[in-house]
Every structure is written in structure tokens, then in C-alpha cells.
Ligand binder design. Structure first.
Ligand SMILES: Cc1cc2nc3c(=O)[nH]c(=O)nc-3n(C[C@H](O)[C@H](O)[C@H](O)COP(=O)(O)OP(=O)(O)OC[C@H]3O[C@@H](n4cnc5c(N)ncnc54)[C@H](O)[C@@H]3O)c2cc1C
Length: 437
């Protein structure tokens, strides 16, 4: 029997690959939740709003996956332009800020450009952390005013305690000409790494996964509480126990190592404890106005603004809201290791509304129709300086005891939904590559 733990993109990626090889009754998927989809879940409220479990859009450039996802929703999707902006001390600036400085205080622009030029002329030795990388790529003033402040809000950790192996295309590195033009001109070319994206027309992001449910027998409300690797047994919180020939897990590694797998050696336990992840409180707001922003999401740099990022589900699909209404999802980040959650979810609602008003996104005359909160314990992996070494130990151990891992929280990386799906496929492929299959 093949047991797949988790029904998110990674779990379904594994099931999909196995079904391609003719496996059927041998595959069972398990999830602790009473719903499938993991982080791609969408929640429909009684008053007609749809909020995802964190803002989710599909911007994969993999044509195979684009086709697969489109077929899953009978090609009923919206195609949107990624209009993104930043808020800094009362200024709204296009994203990315480094090439859109126009309108900011002139003293700041001058200093940013001075430092940018100085950084370009410096020879950098071996860059050891994110702070050094930011200084080298953008200069001190820009680094300290924007990405270091945002990074601390989002990742919960200081830039000098972060590695740079997560960057990929995430931070655009402009030429001097682009910085100068963006400082002088109000309109600049789009350079964001996400250009266009898709979103299901109906039922929120999770609708993309609806047809994946046919891939396997799915057991919801099955929280794995322990695994006896030697006996090949999985125990669940509802008292059930199953045997396995193969197990593919997308459960977050810290849960697996410190809570689930029995008899983990001390050095592996210590490594598991070092893996850090942000948690996110999301505040969902619905209002009787849908004309307050053009951006599909916005970044907030000010430390006295409670949220780090906002997204606007009514712009993803008009069916995410009742007619004529708008919606906002605010994200506030914490982490057990660096900034433990220090408040109740409901205590975040009024501060979010107050800051939305301060930024001018909600007007006094707007009627607030919906307020709710969501919480995700595992949001973004923190690429702190402990991660690489600890991860090597944890993955090595899982390999030794024959537990396959996949997905954002099994691979412990910065994966998007398409990458998580492929990671599941690869974990299944690893199993198929063994001679016995
Ligand atoms: C705030 C936020 C915004 C994001 N935005 C985007 C975006 O716009 N576009 C994009 O492509 N990606 C986005 N992502 C990333 C995307 O969510 C992930 O890449 C993807 O959903 C990960 O899938 P997964 O299957 O690896 O993990 P998950 O979806 O977390 O699946 C793991 C599953 O394991 C289950 N599980 C955990 N513990 C147990 C247990 N003990 N027993 C049984 N089951 C268990 C969970 O319930 C879950 O269903 C975002 C992520 C976050 C946090």
C-alpha cells in the first residue's frame, strides 16, 4: 500500500504520477483537515465572499501544468495582469520600488542613487548573508529603507541572519539607467517576475484541484500522530492505524521530526528544532465598494502598519464577492523562532481596519460587510543561516528510514503551487525508480 500524507498540491502531484503508471487501489491519501487542498484551500463565507488560505494565483510558466490546471476547471479562469504596488509613509509607488522612486522625497532619492552607484563600483568579496547581498545590489540607503524593513516584517528575522538561496527572481536587480529613469519619470516598464496570472472564475483557487480528488481514495479528518518506521505503521488521531509499503509525506518537517516519527535520534531532533517557518494571521474584510485599488496586491514597508501585504480577492474573480462589493485580505507574520504569535486572531481585526483607513483604502463612508480571520501555522520557510545544515541532517535521516518527502514543507523550500506539484511527482518517481516497481 502507498500512503500519501497531505492533500495539497504536492500530495496530488505524487498521486497524479502514480496514476499515470497504473496505480489505483494501492494509493490512499490522508489529511488532518476536514477539507482537501492544504494551502490552496478557499473558504466561502455565509455572506457571499470567498477568501483563499493566503492569496493564491497561478503564474506557472510550465505549459503542461497550465493545461492540466485549466482542464481541471473546464477552462473557466480569469487572466489578469500583475499590477502590484508598494506603500511607504503615505506614498504609493509601483513595484519594484528600486526602479520606481519617482514621487519619493528628493533627499531620499539622491541618497539612494548615490549609494547605488557606490555599490556598483565596489568589489564584493564572498557575500555571507542577505544584508550583504542587499548592500551589494542596491546600496545601503535603499537596502535599509525598503527590503530590510519589509524583510523583517515578512520573514520575522534580520537580513544578516538570512541566507540568499531563496532569492531566485524575487528581487529585481536594475541597471543604473532603470533606477535613474524610474526616479525621473512617473511611468516605467513592467519588470516584475510575475507578468500575467490565472485564477479560477468560480469557487476560489482550490477549484483548480477539484478534479484531483478522483486520483485516490482520500481520507480526511485523519491527522497522523505517529509513524513507526521500522514496523511500517502510521497511527492517526482517530485511533486508526494503517500499514504501508511506501509513504510519501508533505507534512511539515518539524512536525514529522519532533512530533510524529518515533525514536528520532537526538542530533536529528535538534536539527528539526532549528527549521524555522513563519506563521500568518490573515484578516479578511468585505466592503460595499469595489473601486479603491488597481493593484492586485500591495506591499507595506512601515513598521507601524500592522499588515505586511494586502491582496484583493474581488480583483482575482468577480465571483469572489457579492455584486458591487470589494474584499481585502491582510497578512500579518509571526514565527515561533523569532516573533511568536502574541495576540488573538480577533484582536487583529480592528487594527487592520484602522490601518486600511489610514492608507485610504477604506473610506469612512464605506460599509464593512464582512470581517473574519484565518491562521496558518506553516506559511513561508525562513531561510535563516541554520537552515541548510539542519535540513541536510533531517533529509538524510528520512532517506535512511525510507520516508519520502515532498512539497513546500517536506522539501522545506520556497515552492509555489506548481513546484509543489512537481515535487510530489518527483517523490513518486523516486519510488517508481526502485527496481521492485
Ligand atoms: C500566504 C501564502 C501565499 C501563497 N501564494 C501563492 C501564490 O500566489 N501562488 C502559488 O503558486 N503559491 C503560493 N503559495 C505557496 C503554495 O501555497 C504552496 O507552494 C503549496 O500550496 C504547497 O503545497 P504542499 O502540498 O507542499 O503543502 P500543503 O498545501 O501545506 O499540504 C500539506 C498537507 O499536509 C496536511 N497535514 C499536515 N500535517 C498533517 C498531519 N499530521 N496529518 C495529516 N495531514 C497533515 C495539511 O493539512 C496539508 O493539507 C503561497 C503560500 C502562502 C503561505
Amino acid at each position: 500500500m502507498i500512503r500519501i500524507l497531505g492533500t495539497g498540491m504536492a500530495g496530488f502531484g505524487a498521486a497524479y504520477r502514480l496514476r499515470q503508471e497504473g496505480f489505483e487501489d494501492e494509493i490512499t491519501m490522508y489529511d488532518k483537515n476536514s477539507y482537501f487542498g492544504g494551502h490552496t484551500a478557499s473558504f466561502e463565507t455565509d455572506d457571499g465572499f470567498i477568501f483563499d488560505d493566503g492569496p493564491h494565483i497561478s503564474f506557472t510558466d510550465d505549459e503542461r501544468l497550465q493545461k492540466l490546471l485549466a482542464e481541471n476547471i473546464d477552462h473557466e479562469y480569469e487572466t489578469l495582469k500583475a499590477t502590484v504596488n508598494n506603500y511607504w509613509r503615505g506614498h504609493w509607488i509601483k513595484h519594484p520600488a528600486q526602479c520606481n522612486l519617482h514621487g519619493l522625497p528628493s533627499d531620499l532619492i539622491v541618497k539612494v542613487i548615490e549609494d547605488f552607484i557606490e555599490a556598483k563600483h565596489k568589489t564584493n568579496g564572498n557575500i555571507k548573508n542577505y544584508k550583504e547581498w542587499l548592500y551589494a545590489k542596491f546600496g545601503k540607503k535603499f537596502a535599509e529603507t525598503f527590503p530590510m524593513v519589509y524583510g523583517k516584517k515578512y520573514h520575522t528575522v534580520e537580513a544578516e541572519n538570512m541566507d540568499i538561496d531563496w532569492l531566485g527572481p524575487r528581487l529585481y536587480q536594475p541597471e543604473l539607467e532603470e533606477v535613474l529613469k524610474g526616479a525621473l519619470e512617473p511611468s516605467t516598464p513592467d519588470v516584475h517576475y510575475v507578468d500575467k496570472f490565472r485564477y479560477p472564475t468560480n469557487h476560489g483557487f482550490v477549484h483548480y484541484l477539484e478534479k484531483f480528488k478522483q486520483l485516490a481514495d482520500i481520507k480526511l479528518d485523519h491527522k497522523v500522530t505517529s509513524i513507526e518506521a521500522q514496523k511500517r505503521l502510521i497511527h492517526f488521531d482517530n485511533g486508526k492505524t494503517v500499514e504501508y509499503d511506501e509513504v510519501i509525506s508533505s507534512i511539515p518537517l518539524p512536525e514529522m521530526i519532533t512530533k510524529i516519527i518515533e525514536d528520532v535520534p537526538n542530533d536529528v531532533l535538534e536539527a528539526g528544532e532549528k527549521l524555522a517557518c513563519t506563521s500568518c494571521i490573515m484578516v479578511n474584510i468585505g466592503i460595499d465598494n469595489n473601486d479603491f485599488t488597481e493593484a492586485v496586491w500591495s506591499y507595506f514597508y512601515d513598521t507601524d502598519i500592522i499588515f505586511t501585504r494586502l491582496s484583493f480577492p474581488h480583483l482575482m474573480s468577480p465571483n469572489n464577492v457579492p455584486p458591487g462589493c470589494g474584499s481585502i485580505q491582510a497578512e500579518i507574520y509571526f514565527s515561533d523562532k523569532y516573533r511568536p504569535v502574541d495576540r488573538k486572531l480577533e484582536d487583529c481585526v480592528e487594527p487592520v481596519i484602522a490601518d486600511l483607513k489610514r492608507c485610504g483604502l477604506i473610506k469612512e463612508e464605506d460599509k464593512i460587510l464582512h470581517k473574519s480571520t484565518l491562521f496558518t501555522k506553516y506559511a513561508n520557510v525562513i531561510f535563516d543561516l541554520d537552515r541548510q545544515e539542519a535540513l541536510k541532517i533531517v533529509h538524510g535521516y528520512l532517506d535512511d528510514i525510507g520516508i519520502r518527502y515532498c512539497g513546500r514543507y517536506g522539501d522545506w523550500g520556497y515552492q509555489w503551487t506548481d513546484q509543489a506539484f512537481k515535487s510530489g511527482e518527483e517523490a513518486a518517481q523516486g519510488m517508481l525508480d526502485l527496481a521492485k516497481y
